[in-house]
Design a protein around this ligand. Structure first.
Ligand code: NI
Length: 227
């Protein structure tokens, strides 16, 4: 899956994020890279325990919790607390694959990375380079979205962030464990849900076939979901 979700944050919200982020303390991203990714990763990360990171990630989690398209596509059971990074001065992240199981700091919980997400917090014209390239599911020039937009993609693919040669690229990134682990099943449910949403305004309220289709969606989800 590769899905772009626009306006997860409004431009006003992005602005509210950016000022405290720009004034915060940033540390080397190498600290949190897995052993394989360590040499590939050249960026800065916001201290997860800082007040600014806590406030911003709670805001993102609230927005995602009320976002029908995100919920329909990801069927999230757990979301890793969003982290924040900044690529600048030639910073990049070479080709790597995200870890499968991630412990949530300060808890005994883990999140299985079924889906990866990057929420862009800089406008594309604020920096040069910085495209997210995902092997196998995305061709062309790489992903570089408007501030407030988010890309959601299957964690099983190799990906990289091209060097940022001018300006700074701020983003939030995190992983999602889905109730439906199998990607094919999850995609079928997503397509079915989209079809139901498209049919709903076209049919009279209480239409029996629509009711039946909705029931099929929930029964498929019931048999495929794990909790
Ligand atoms: Ni990654």
């Amino acid at each position: 899956m590769l899905l772009i979700i626009e306006n997860v944050l409004s431009k006003d919200e992005v602005q509210q994020f950016r000022s405290p982020m720009e004034q915060a303390n940033w540390e080397s991203g190498v600290k949190t890279a897995g052993s394989l990714a360590r040499t590939a990763k050249q960026n800065l990360q916001l201290d997860d325990a800082s007040e600014v990171a806590i406030g911003l990630r709670n805001h993102i989690l609230r927005k995602l919790g009320n976002h029908p398209l995100f919920i329909s596509a990801a069927l999230p059971s757990k979301i890793y607390p969003p982290k924040f990074n900044c690529y600048t001065n030639g910073g990049s992240y070479g080709t790597h694959i995200d870890s499968a199981i991630m412990p949530v700091p300060g808890t005994s919980l883990t999140v299985r990375g079924d889906l990866s997400a990057t929420l862009f917090l800089s406008e594309p014209d604020e920096y040069v380079g910085g495209q997210l390239e995902i092997e196998g599911i995305q061709g062309g020039e790489g992903i570089k979205l408007a501030a407030g937009d988010m890309v959601l993609y299957s964690s099983g693919f190799e990906h990289r962030v091209k060097p940022v040669t001018q300006g700074a690229r701020f983003a939030s990134f995190f992983w999602i464990e889905s109730y439906v682990r199998d990607e094919k099943q999850r995609n079928i449910l997503f397509e079915l849900d989209k079809t139901i949403q498209q049919l709903t305004p076209k049919l009279p309220e209480g239409d029996k076939d629509l009711l039946k289709l909705t029931g099929l969606y929930h029964n498929l989800l019931r048999s495929w979901a794990t909790t």
